[in-house]
Design a protein around this ligand. Structure first.
Ligand code: SF4
Length: 490
């Protein structure tokens, strides 16, 4: 039977890097599934293709529901939620960054479940395992039977092969074999488990809700359930939460943190807290840095909504050039146009964004966007602004040029599709036919996220591989498939 295919969130979403997944878990509350559904709803920006919830109840045992589409369309009906009883549950929302792309099978939708001698366990994974091919080959040779095409399923099979006597220890064993980026939320009958990879590439936070606890990709999902944000799970940390409280372990060799700097720029919601600071504040600081580094005479600063908004406000405050909503977003765009045909793609930007003509006419406009990936959207937005009568268009970008793909759980086009991989900044400006195009520098971005001295080139404080080409973990699977890492001369 053909599988239903989810529409993209917007027809031109392929011109943005797409965050991969959101994960959420809760223990020690009545009807955990309701909390998980709300948490996933708040994390929907991290994945809109499909979602799943697993719960455990002493009478019904483990129960799960996995569906294509939005959380609000699947996990609000009594019919579904009444099948997910119990005081403990985990959930996952996804785009496909590994496993089947395009036409996804429901078997690739997480959480995954495994039945072990000591009981069952479910896991939800955010990130990407960079040695999944090699692990999969080895596991299949040794008799494992895979159900999905997802890299995350390797974790379940590695756990099944571990000789440890309890599930958290088996998970430690399994994750020691795994390379790449992972934040994991897992559950047994009685335990909620959270783990971050030794570099802490992807986020994971801990909250307190009533007598129970919650784990989430972002703090905005704690807010929606009224949970108190306690702290971030540290890179390389595993927390095991039971009715006795939170136990913390550090099962991996300690390494210096390499959190994804793009979470600050774009992926995380602006009302989340990262590294002790609101994402909104950081984005405003990025805009200020951008104004200092790349001033230009103009009449208006306009964001490309919505993700460019805080940086545009920062740019305006720093430069003294008035801020204006020169482009208005149609909030109700979304699932209306389910066929991503070429014709719809071409209309895409106009369906979603409209220029506020009265503001723009005759003005020199600075457009602030979070990133340039393929450049197709930037070009169309520039045309709309010029059609509306702007006299000049200057692009200011709140991230450095995206010249390398991400292999740590973010959906990026192949390298030759990235505008910045094949063109210099001047060539890009010419290609987009704008009056000027400038990006924040890597050092400027580091300063904006709170590193006053900028980037430490000997040991960068963050993962910034998509800008620098310096991958903190060698993407072994991709190298095997022919990906060429940056050479020393580059
Ligand atoms: S490569 Fe870029 S998007 Fe991927 S984890 Fe690193 S900083 Fe984030």
């Amino acid at each position: 039977m053909p599988m239903p295919q989810m529409p993209p969130a917007h027809p031109f979403d392929d011109d943005k890097l797409r965050e991969e997944c959101g994960i959420f878990g809760v223990v020690g509350v009545k009807d955990a599934s309701n909390f998980v559904a709300l948490g996933l709803h708040a994390l929907q920006h991290r994945g809109q293709e499909a979602g799943g919830i697993v719960t455990h109840d002493s009478v019904e045992g483990f129960q799960s529901a996995r569906r294509f589409g939005y959380v609000r369309d699947n996990f609000t009906s009594q019919d579904v939620m009444s099948t997910l009883p119990g005081p403990i549950g985990i959930g996952h929302v996804r785009y496909s960054t590994a496993g089947s792309k395009g036409q996804t099978a429901i078997r690739d939708v997480q959480p995954f479940f495994g039945e072990f001698a000591m009981g069952g366990a479910a896991i939800a994974h955010n990130g990407n395992i960079t040695n999944a091919n090699a692990l999969r080959r080895e596991l299949i040779e040794r008799g494992s039977i895979f159900q999905s095409s997802s890299d995350s399923e390797c974790i379940i099979h590695l756990m099944a092969r571990s000789l440890q006597r309890n599930i958290p220890e088996r998970m430690e064993d399994a994750l020691r074999r795994v390379e790449g980026a992972f934040s994991v939320v897992a559950m047994t009958r009685t335990k909620l488990i959270g783990v971050r990879d030794p570099l802490g590439v992807r986020p994971l936070v801990l909250g307190k809700v009533g007598d129970g606890y919650a784990l989430s990709s972002e703090t905005c999902a704690l807010d929606i359930i009224g949970a108190e944000f306690l702290r971030e799970i540290e890179p390389g940390e595993m927390v095991v939460i039971t009715d006795k409280g939170v136990e913390s372990h550090f099962p991996f060799r300690r390494q210096s943190s390499k959190f994804c700097i793009f979470e600050h720029v774009y992926f995380s919601r602006p009302d989340s807290i990262l590294g002790g600071r609101s994402v909104y504040e950081t984005r405003e600081a990025i805009g200020r840095e951008l104004a200092n580094e790349n001033p230009v005479e103009a009449d208006l600063v306009c964001p490309v909504p919505d993700s460019g908004t805080p940086a545009a406000i920062g740019y305006s405050l720093q430069s003294g050039i008035p801020y204006a909503m020169g482009i208005i977003r149609n909030q109700y765009m979304g699932r209306t146009f389910i066929e991503p045909t070429e014709q719809i793609r071409n209309m895409g930007v106009r369906l979603k964004l409209n220029v506020n003509r009265a503001l723009i006419q005759g003005k020199r406009v600075i457009l602030v966007d979070d990133s340039v990936v393929r450049g197709t959207t930037s070009r169309k937005i520039k045309e709309m602004i010029l059609d509306a009568g702007a006299s000049e268009v200057h692009f200011r970008i709140a991230s450095p040029p995206t010249a390398w793909p991400c292999f740590y759980g973010v959906d990026t086009p192949e390298r030759d599709k990235l505008l910045a991989a094949t063109m210099t900044e001047d060539q890009m400006a010419e290609h987009l036919a704008v009056d000027s195009l400038k990006f924040i520098s890597l050092d400027g971005l580091y300063r904006a996220v709170g590193q006053d001295q900028g980037r430490n080139s000997k040991c960068p404080q963050y993962c910034d591989a998509c800008f620098s080409g310096e991958y903190p973990v060698v993407p072994a699977d991709m190298v095997e498939r022919g990906f060429e890492m940056k050479s020393a001369a580059e």
